[in-house]
Design a protein around this ligand. Sequence first.
Ligand code: HOZ
Length: 428
Amino acid sequence: MINKSIELFAKAETVIPGGVNSPVRAFKSVGGTPIFMKKAKGAYLFDEDGNRYIDYINSWGPMILGHAYEPVVKAIQQKAEDSTSFGAPTALETDVAALIKTMAPNIDLIRMVNSGTEACMSALRLARGYTRRNKFIKFEGCYHGHADSFLVKAGSGLATFNIQAVPGVTEGVAQDTLTAPYNDLEAVKKLVSDHPGEIAAIIIEPVAGNMGCILPQPGFLESLRNICTEEGIVLIFDEVMTGFRLARGGAQERFGIDADLATYGKVIGGGMPVGAFGGKKEIMQHIAPLGKVYQAGTLSGNPLAMTAGYTLLKTLNDRPEIYTELEEKTAYLYTGLEKAFRESGRPFRLNRLGSMLSVHFSQTPVSNFEQASKADNASFNRFFHAMLGKGVYLPPSAFESWFISNALTYEDLDNTIRAAAESLKEMA
Ligand code: HOZ
């Protein structure tokens, strides 16, 4: 029964475009009514009708230790007593920056912003200002937030709703966005040789999470690093999803590859609206007020957001066993799901790295956006609803990654695997 959600959605549609504040939440591609949540604790979401769900979205990544993680909640409550915003520097911002510097490689300087979108658009502006070049390369199906330059062949909601060109993004802006298929090194080399001295940056999700979860093929990221070094191009790792999730130092640590700039969001804010971009001093020193590349924000470094982020990051930093536990739990889930899908006789591809995972209903491996688009997404939609009916909350799109939280117990994982096996049977 989701009567209250149905009622609340109808009401929301009268005052909010599509009834939601971020498009994928609308369930438009999977169909049905979005579930309105009331509260969450640990691995579980509770909706307005009182139903409980095992959560595999985890606020699209931030809740790596589960919802309402007590130390974070307490820290926010305490901090709020001292005012919710100053618009002036605080000691806490330095503590957060210093902590990140010890956790993530190649972060000499870091600037806090309010979202992953802001982080990526600022990093791109910085790369352009630093190199004095205009064009950049992104990969089809990667999503770097909704700044104009990135809304070209993008993943996430644009893939979900099949939006090829976004009205409002001018041709002038879009012409500086060059795209290549994910994992296609030859396409990157061709773009670089077709535009000598014109490319400011290559930006990539080192593990893509906005076309389902898609892994870089061995050597791909290394080759991008080499091309960037040879051509004076800034390599930007968009670590909004992977940062502090794939490892303490994110994808840079996990793959042992140095980015020039990295962007962060999600986990970095402990569930509060936070993003950040940082990297090598030589580049970062061009940001105002040190340099002329302008970037600013009234709520940047907000005390509540900083205290939430600091508390969560400090836990991750001090307890490295969390990453082992996450790895083991996700591997356990993967193995169970793999068996359930195999026994169902349906074509499938499960992609996983660390605590990111997704399923594509596909005969062939899925290592780029074209392959993800060719998967049987109608089957994904049926699977999604069957799982939802059994109390398992998956991303409402095949073009999103699942995020595993360490609050999940092995009993939750077993229940999820059982729900998947039953859902696949029902679909037969
Ligand atoms: N763009 C987010 C996932 N890749 C969705 C955010 C949301 O709807 O909350």
